[in-house]
Design a protein around this ligand. Structure first.
Ligand SMILES: Nc1ncnc2c1ncn2[C@@H]1O[C@H](COP(=O)(O)OP(=O)(O)O)[C@@H](O)[C@H]1O
Ligand SMILES: [Mg+2]
Length: 357
């Protein structure tokens, strides 16, 4: 069973920087787990530790039943695909793919058979005689993937493998990788800084921030119920609207943000109200609505994004289905979908939600 358990993994560098600070994560057998977070949050470090290319300052790594923390990379049943492909430039495609088999002294005939088979699976069967310089970015990425596949490892590690590809190739390779995962049933840990990529590919996504785990859950759960303010802001585009305010009242509490008042389930104190752009609605003025000035309208075809300003010039983003019905300079009124609103405490932890007045 290729489960991967990270236990309190910490990696400090001699210069004092801390890339990972006690990361604990259980990855299931056959799972497609996406590790996502902004640049510098420790994603590559985590993969390098799992692959054995780097050693943790403290903590353990367990693959299946075996503690691999002190094993060299070659003794771990793990293959890593890098962002920059890391192909051997003087080798042909076939030689690049065959490399791990050669290292294991697999007989030449068998090497060729396996190389051809995996190349066919990935649609690069015609490219076997070429050198990497004669390939497009997408093709090089496939060769790197093929080289990982022939090893038939228990665990695949992908470090932003799609980020050098153009948007269209990236989208098709994404879908292909998900298909491949289903076909192989292997455990895969996929790293990206792109939350859209994470949302679209992950069975579960682990959100990392400054070397710490913010949340690990299914993408829609992360979207709907972000455990922290960081996660709420990191996931979703355009990003969630946040308003700082105070929660007051004894029995039935309200969050006050300027002139806006929202009934909430959270305890009294300072709090942040977070509302996704699709949970703000342009409505006629009335009870519970508040005015904003339209600063910019982005028509995207099926929907538009309206950027508007509150009285104090705070920007709010509103997702409006269909074609634009408002224009820059208009004053419009907004209503908050109370029950979809989230409330975070002063430390940024999810503390409650809005409720119907
Ligand atoms: N060899 C190193 N020496 C010092 N700091 C490092 C080293 N490698 C990485 N870091 C730091 O550790 C943090 C995490 O890096 P990394 O894991 O590469 O992030 P990510 O892959 O999420 O962008 C960064 O702040 C980075 O500057
Ligand atoms: Mg990285």
């Amino acid at each position: 069973m290729a489960t991967v358990r990270l236990q309190q993994l910490t990696r400090k560098f001699p210069d004092g920087s801390v890339a990972l600070a006690g990361l604990t994560l259980d990855i299931k057998h056959g799972e497609f787990l996406v590790l996502v977070g902004p640049s510098g949050c420790g994603k590559t470090t985590a993969l390098r530790l799992i692959a054995g290319l780097d050693a943790p300052t403290s903590g353990r790594i367990v693959v299946g039943e075996e503690d691999v923390t002190d094993l060299p990379p070659g003794s771990r049943d793990v293959a890593m695909v890098f962002q920059n492909y890391a192909l051997y430039p003087h080798f042909t495609v076939a030689e690049n793919i065959a490399f791990p088999l050669k290292m294991r002294r697999v007989p030449a005939g068998e090497q060729q058979r396996q190389v051809r088979e995996v190349a066919e699976t990935l649609g690069i069967g015609e490219l076997l005689a070429r050198k990497p310089a004669q390939l497009s970015g997408g093709q090089r990425q496939r060769v790197a993937l093929a080289r990982a596949l022939v090893r038939q490892p228990a665990v695949f590690l992908f470090d932003e493998p799609l980020s050098n590809l153009d948007a269209q190739v990236r989208a098709s390779t994404r879908a292909e990788l998900v298909r491949l995962h289903r076909q192989l049933g292997a455990t895969m840990i996929f790293v990206t800084h792109d939350q859209v990529e994470a949302m679209s590919m992950a069975q579960r996504m682990a959100v990392l921030n400054k070397g710490r785990l913010e949340q690990c859950a299914a993408p829609l759960e992360v979207y709907r119920t972000p455990a922290t303010r960081f996660t709420a802001q990191f996931v979703g585009s355009p990003s969630i609207n946040t308003f700082d305010g105070t929660i007051e009242g004894k029995g039935s509490r309200q969050l006050f943000v300027g002139a806006v008042q929202v009934p909430v389930t959270a305890p009294p104190g300072s709090g942040t109200l977070a509302v996704r752009p699709e949970h703000l609605h342009i409505v006629p003025p009335g009870d519970g609505t508040f005015p904003v000035r339209v600063a910019l309208v982005e028509p995207l075809g099926a929907e538009c994004i309206v950027h508007a300003l509150l009285g104090d010039n705070t920007e709010v983003r509103v997702r409006v289905p269909g074609l634009p019905t408002v224009a820059t300079g208009d004053t419009v009124h907004l209503r908050i979908d109370h029950e979809a609103a989230l409330v975070f405490d002063a430390e940024g932890r999810l503390e409650g939600r809005g409720r119907r007045p």
